[in-house]
Design a protein around this ligand. Structure first.
Ligand code: HGY
Ligand code: MN
Ligand code: MN
Length: 417
């Protein structure tokens, strides 16, 4: 391993925060940041990320799925790569740091290495995954699934709220979706995947810590539900003669909350609901909503899903409405690799911080990347644990701390033989 020292005293945090501010301007409007997959804003972000990658001595390109990939060459060409990355897309009216931090921080680390002319026996690839949140097409982990070779090509026919298919959105974005299967990496060409990300929870802040190493990512299931009742006149249908789809959905939503509130380690959320025809004086005949259930324990999550579905179907029978429920995303929890946990812990210690290990309740691209390689994650503290909200915030010091640990991790990275 090259023993050249790197000026670790340079503050990477300031550059990172400035770049995150710049990236956050590529937003579809409204509070916070809204940057969905294969949009104009995604293209703008991709151009800016590639310019930073070039400045850092990397060779960037955009792949057929819309991932932005920058490669920092090894001492010997075609060496296998350590992949470091996160997602460029956001939730609606999200924050500046979820995903983006895990793209900008590694680019700043590579830039510091490049300034010192330091290369390694392994290549390093930074990937800005195109779509992890899945907001536009009710998908998730699109970019990492493409790299892992598990991309579902049927999903190209998914349509967004304007009826645009994913396939046409990608062509409009400037790629050829038919080439997505070719993106699948040979596992032998990948040494590991590491993601640095904001915690999106309160633990690090409550314990006065800047950093934590993730041991596992909780599993999650997302359902879409549709209740069909009978629309009717709000003024003439007696209360005991109604098949109101929206009140049935309301009871179902409270059933999700009530069930999950009673089970430690289980969380359930209904993030989206709509009713039709949507007139003030019409009893809704149609209601759709989503259900997101997560737990660190996959069996606990599966039991909860089963119980909740039984309870919702029973209340729909009682209310005289029909219900359809479909799974739009399901991912078992996944374990981070002990050897990567240990090397990240060592880098935390080298950087002068106390060690802390924790589970991620949020999903991440590592859930897809673990199909082809071992995964590791490093969390940095975020203020109040707030995320998926415009108030998401990190400090310059923590942005820098995360980058210094990542830099130490890279400098001392020892691939598994
Ligand atoms: O929903 C999640 O856990 C992630 O932010 N996509
Ligand atoms: Mn997120
Ligand atoms: Mn994220």
């Amino acid at each position: 391993m090259l023993e050249k020292t790197i000026k670790l005293d340079q503050n990477l945090g300031i550059q990172i925060m400035r770049r995150l501010d710049a990236l956050s301007l590529f937003s579809e409007g409204g509070d916070g940041v809204t940057r969905r997959f294969a949009t104009k804003e995604h293209r703008q972000a991709a151009e800016m990320i590639q310019s930073w990658m070039r400045d850092a001595g990397m060779e960037p390109h955009v792949d057929a799925a819309g991932n932005v990939i920058g490669r920092y060459q090894a001492i010997t060409l075609d060496a296998p790569a350590l992949i470091i990355g996160s997602h460029q897309d956001t939730v609606r009216q999200g924050g500046k740091y979820d995903g983006a931090y895990g793209i900008v921080a590694p680019i700043s680390c590579i830039s510091a290495l490049n300034d010192e002319g330091v290369h390694f026996p392994f290549a390093i690839e930074v990937i800005a995954f195109c779509d992890e949140e899945g907001v536009r097409f009710n998908t998730t982990l699109l970019g990492s699934r493409a790299i892992a070779g598990t991309f579902d090509m049927d999903g190209l026919e998914n349509t967004d709220s304007n009826g645009v298919t994913m396939s046409n959105a990608l062509k409009e974005f400037g790629t050829n979706p038919n080439e997505i299967p070719d993106l699948a990496r040979n596992p032998n060409s990948v040494l590991g995947f590491v993601e640095i990300h904001i915690e999106q929870g309160p633990i690090l802040e409550e314990e006065g810590l800047a950093l934590g190493v993730v041991t596992a990512i909780a599993g999650g299931t997302r359902l879409s539900a549709r209740i069909t009742g009978l629309a009717g006149h709000a003024g003439t249908v007696p209360m005991d003669r109604r098949n109101d789809a929206l009140t049935a959905a309301a009871e179902a939503i409270l059933a999700v909350e009530s069930y999950c509130s009673k089970v430690p380690g289980l969380v359930g959320t209904v993030g989206r609901i709509s009713a039709a025809p949507g007139a003030v004086n019409v009893i809704p005949g149609d209601a759709t909503f989503t259900i997101d259930i997560r737990a660190g324990d996959d069996n606990l999550r599966r039991k909860a899903l089963n119980d909740i579905k039984v309870e919702i179907k029973a209340l729909c029978v009682r209310r005289g409405v029909e219900i359809e429920m479909g799974t739009i995303h399901e991912s078992d929890g996944c374990q981070c690799a002990p050897w990567l946990i240990d090397q990240l812990d060592a880098a935390v210690t080298t950087s002068g911080h106390p060690q802390k290990r924790l589970i991620s309740g949020a999903g991440h691209d590592g859930m897809a990347m673990e199909y082809i390689t071992d995964i590791g994650m490093l969390f940095i503290r975020c203020e109040g644990g707030i995320s998926h909200h415009p108030a998401e915030a990190i400090s310059v010091a923590d942005a820098d701390a995360g980058a210094q640990v990542l830099l130490n991790f890279i400098k001392n990275f020892k691939p598994q033989t």
